[in-house]
Design a protein around this ligand. Structure first.
Ligand code: NAD
Ligand code: GLY
Length: 360
């Protein structure tokens, strides 16, 4: 097992990465406020991993409540969030009860938001089970639900007390979901870690073949990057926004197509190609750089062109973004491969041209 720390002072917490961690209740026990937990999972992940987690904790004298939600991005909404509150209240969960998210980013984001707001905040632990959630969403304390008008628009910053990334859970992850997670892995290389991008380029086939060492390394290096950014800028006043490379375009795809039609990672991949194309139009990247971005996503089996929503519709959807300030889009672009920049200097005509160049 490898352990990283998210250095946030009194809210600092460890990220444990390794195989078989869900079966080690001691790792969780030391972070509980009381011997009472509510495990939030979904109907796909629960049959795979809930018993192992819950039985281990019960064996250690912890009382467990289980809250099982419907699966999917389309359920990351108020109605489903309310099922978590129904479960917490119906089982008389108290302020000292720890909410444990067992699942991918959808479960982590919703359980985290429930933990942030139930009785004004209860302890929270992330047990991510997708590649995307192990490399990104479980770390850093962003929690949210979607609104029909915009992705992740209602939420809170709320840090977990522990992230337990059991990479053996990736053995059961469908291929499409594994590839979607690779989009966020590649992102770290593009925005701030060129040697890691080069490693991804050299090891993409091993990652797709689920080589355990390659996957564990990708999770660890991604978490290290994310932990550094979050420690420097917890509430996204600056650098943290660079983690959203491709996301403003990508969120437009997810919202425009209907939540769950495109996976988040797929939308981020196509959105990142759009961001690279726009960076080239603003003179920051060469056409060879844009081709390099496209190639790594293609090799990861990810889409490199967005759906034909219509350029106007893309731009309209992109304005429902948390980075919009005074009605102006702020976008994450690439200054060079391995370095990102936040800018509001892209003209609407350039944004439209970049989208038009990258739709199927
Ligand atoms: P997801 O949570 O929908 O999980 C993907 C699918 O895999 C689901 O069907 C799930 O049930 C299934 N699954 C999960 N673990 C499994 C396993 N081990 N074996 C088999 N099936 C498994 O999707 P995701 O890609 O994990 O997360 C995407 C969400 O994360 C989006 O809502 C996105 O907005 C959010 N996100 C949040 C942050 C953040 O910082 N909070 C960052 C990135 C993404
Ligand atoms: N996934 C973007 C962030 O955590 O800031």
């Amino acid at each position: 097992m490898r352990t990283l720390d998210v250095a946030l002072g009194e809210r600092a917490y460890p990220i444990h990465i390794g195989r078989g961690l869900i079966g080690q209740p001691d790792l969780v026990l030391r972070h509980l406020k009381a011997r009472r937990v509510a495990i939030v999972s979904n109907e796909t992940v629960a049959p795979l991993y809930l018993a192992q987690l819950a039985e281990g904790l019960r064996g250690a004298g912890v009382s467990t409540t289980e809250i099982i939600l419907p699966d999917g991005e389309a359920h990351k909404d108020w109605q489903t969030l309310n099922l978590v509150f129904d479960g917490l209240l119906g089982n008389r969960c108290e302020r000292s009860t720890t909410v444990i998210a067992l699942g991918g980013g959808v479960i982590g984001d919703m359980a985290g938001f429930a933990a942030a707001t139930y009785q004004r905040g209860v302890p929270f632990i992330q047990v991510p089970t997708t590649l995307l959630s192990q490399v990104d969403s479980s770390v850093g304390g962003k929690t949210a639900i979607n609104h029909p008008l915009g992705k992740n628009m209602i939420g809170a910053f709320y840090q977990p007390r522990l992230v337990l990334a059991d990479v053996s859970t990736l053995d059961t992850l469908p291929d499409r979901e594994l590839k979607a997670g690779l989009a966020e892995v590649i992102k770290y290389g593009l925005i701030r870690d060129l040697p890691f991008l080069e490693w991804c380029e050299a090891n993409i086939d091993a990652l797709l073949a689920r080589d355990p060492e390659a996957l564990a390394y990708a999770v660890e290096r991604s978490c290290r990057n994310k932990a550094e950014v979050v420690a420097a800028d917890e509430t996204e006043q600056g650098e943290r926004a660079t983690l959203n490379l491709g996301h403003t375009f990508g969120h437009a795809i997810e919202t425009g197509m209907g939540y769950g039609v495109w996976l988040h990672g797929e939308a981020v991949a196509a959105g990142t190609v759009m961001a690279a194309e726009l960076s080239a139009r603003l003179g920051m990247l060469s056409s060879a750089d844009v081709a390099r971005v496209r190639t790594i996503f293609e090799r990861a089996g990810l889409p490199v062109a967005g759906p034909a929503l219509g350029v106007e519709r893309y731009v309209e959807l992109m304005h429902h973004d948390k980075k919009v300030e005074a009605g102006r889009l702020r976008l994450i672009l690439l200054e060079q491969i391995g370095r990102a920049q936040i800018t509001d200097r892209a003209a609407r005509s350039d944004i439209e041209a970049a989208i038009a160049a990258c739709v199927a």
